[in-house]
Design a protein around this ligand. Structure first.
Ligand code: ADP
Ligand code: MG
Length: 323
């Protein structure tokens, strides 16, 4: 079982940023309105995520760390219309197989928090009382300490942190109602308060993508029976060298989907000066039964019932907005 968990970990946990991705998704699924991400040494030394979500009941802590145990889907029919970010029940078990993991959680109806920890093996669930506010804190220390081959693939602290920051940005752009904070080596790298109304979205986008993007951005919207599209497009002349601004979200979930990227590229084609890339933040909303997010464990790709239609609608709405 330990081996099985380590093998599964190979798929789920490629680098510190993968851990941050999974833990952020769990906090969001738990209904948190405030999430803090603290990392040290690019996440290799420590990743700590604290949320104010619904928490994990003491009796469920062992299960939360067990592979294929998820509280999020209970019947196969649910697979057809997944509403949560997680559903495989693999992340915590996989992460704990390749790190020293401590889980502290308190549900709202509990006076006390409870703490459990695991070190590179199946949870010998030893649960102790602890003091904490309602919510969940997960600490992942010494990632890959027991898988030296994988540890060797870690890049510099800066590179690993850049990947973490990218994951963080994606979720910050996907969840405007949640307050987020990211710290690296005890210093605040990014902080965004909750947006109470759409008027505040641009402020967050400026924090995440830069004021220059916001100044250049064209807001657009397209309503269709099958899909609702909205977002911000950088003018073709806009350019930023440090990192790409290319974000697509489906039903609040960050995705990197070839078909959708192709549609956007097609719309920008011929408008971009040589060497420039399109910049965009695009939100698609489709009925959950019309989209399959269950394609790959890392969940970046999606499949639509009406792939072609969604592609063409996206290409057209971006192209209309740019002209
Ligand atoms: P999945 O997200 O696919 O269900 P995970 O391994 O990521 O699987 O998490 C296992 C379970 O632990 C979740 O189903 C959930 O019940 C619980 N859990 C994990 N993180 C949190 C959190 N931050 N707040 C509340 N519950 C959590
Ligand atoms: Mg999860």
């Amino acid at each position: 079982n330990r081996l099985a968990n380590q093998i599964a970990a190979g798929e789920v946990v490629e680098r510190p940023a993968s851990v941050v991705k999974e833990l952020l998704e769990n906090s969001i699924d738990a209904g948190a309105s405030r999430i803090e991400v603290d990392v040290e040494r690019g996440g290799a030394r420590l990743i700590r995520i604290t949320d104010n979500g619904r928490g994990i009941h003491k009796d469920d802590m062992g299960l939360a760390l067990t592979r294929h145990a998820t509280s999020k889907i209970s019947k196969t029919e649910d697979l057809g219309c997944i509403q949560t970010l997680g559903f495989r029940g693999e992340a915590l078990a996989s992460i704990s197989a390749v790190s020293r993991l401590t889980l502290t959680s308190r549900t709202r109806d509990s006076e006390l928090a409870w703490q459990a920890s695991a070190q590179g093996r199946d949870m010998a669930v030893d649960i102790q009382p602890a003091a904490a506010s309602p919510g969940t804190r997960i600490e992942v220390a010494d990632l890959f300490f027991n898988t030296p081959a994988r540890q060797k693939f870690l890049r510099t602290e800066k590179t690993e942190f850049n990947h973490i920051e990218e994951v963080f940005k994606r979720q910050a752009l996907a969840n405007f109602s949640i307050a987020f904070m990211l710290k690296h080596n005890h210093k605040i790298a990014k902080r965004v308060p909750a947006c109470a109304e759409p008027a505040q979205y641009l402020k967050r986008i400026a924090t995440i993508c830069g004021q220059q993007f916001v100044d250049s951005a064209i807001e657009f919207k397209c309503q269709h029976e099958v899909v609702k599209i909205s977002g911000w497009l950088g003018k073709p002349s806009f350019h930023r060298s440090e990192s790409d601004i290319q974000y697509v979200f489906i039903n609040g979930r960050p995705v990197k989907d070839k078909t959708l990227n192709h549609a956007v590229r097609q719309a920008y084609e011929g408008l971009l000066p040589p060497g420039r890339m399109a910049t965009y933040i695009i939100y698609l909303n489709v009925d959950a039964s019309q989209v399959d997010v269950n394609v790959h464990p890392t969940k970046h790709e999606v499949r639509f019932s009406e792939q072609r239609l969604v592609h063409d609608l996206l290409a057209k709405s971006v192209s209309d907005a740019l002209s």
